[in-house]
Unconditional design. Sequence first.
Length: 273
Amino acid sequence: MHSSPNWDPRQYLRHAGHRTRPFLDLLARIPDLPTAPGRPPRIADLGCGAGNVTVLLFDRWPDAHVTGLDNSAEMLEAARAHTAPEDGGGLLDFRPADAAHWVPDETFDLIVSNALLQWVPGHPESFPAWIAALRPGGTFAFQVPGNFTAPSHTILADLCDAPHWRDRLSTHGERPAPVLDPAAYLERLAALGCEVDAWETTYIQMLTGTDPVLDWVKGTALRPVLTALQDDPTARDAFLAEYADLLRKAYPPGPHGTAFPFRRIFAVARKAE
Ligand SMILES: C[S@@+](CC[C@H](N)C(=O)[O-])C[C@H]1O[C@@H](n2cnc3c(N)ncnc32)[C@H](O)[C@@H]1O
């Protein structure tokens, strides 16, 4: 079993631009929400993190009541710095919730989740409960990384399993198939009576600076390792140096920066009216 990694909002937000774009691409495909006079849209953002993408929902639905849900106290604390834009009449709140066990206790017009479900093994098993919690005509929309066979991940898994790290880290690098392919998500959600739009995009992200891929994964895939080695700074630094060296070879810097291809998987499921 993996222990829960500690999240670091500041490290995560260092690459906020590249991380925001897939959310905007997801948002652009969400159909209009079911509306009724005097009833603002009710929205849940599952795995809201530091709330920086949560607030973007008000650009599309200014009067919505949006609740951000996350299981990290650090992320929720950072998120609470955000408020709904004053001129839209919307409402924003944040609550702790574990997506692995979250069963909505109210009806939503939209349940959205960006870059969370890869951390929740077996998440498709929760789809029936989440779709059931949608108003007719409501939408469940999510984005997950689909880069688990990319060198950034395979190198990490191999290093964690190397003889000199295996005892401490063997369970921390492996991420056995945490997400499905777009067609499999489409099947699952269509079987629940939804009209589904599922697709994938590989973004060629240009990163700058020294060891930019290492800096990127420090905010995400490296969290379990950093958490496992948090009481041993010497071991942590040794691991990071070794990993950085391997990443530099896999992603050599070019004249315009370091190209870091990143595949992402999207699904938008609209419940029948
Ligand atoms: C990669 S961040 C994405 C944050 C935000 N959605 C965004 O797009 O910027 C993943 C978030 O999922 C949260 N998370 C991980 N496992 C979770 C779980 N089981 N339940 C709820 N939140 C979880 C983490 O605390 C973190 O805030």
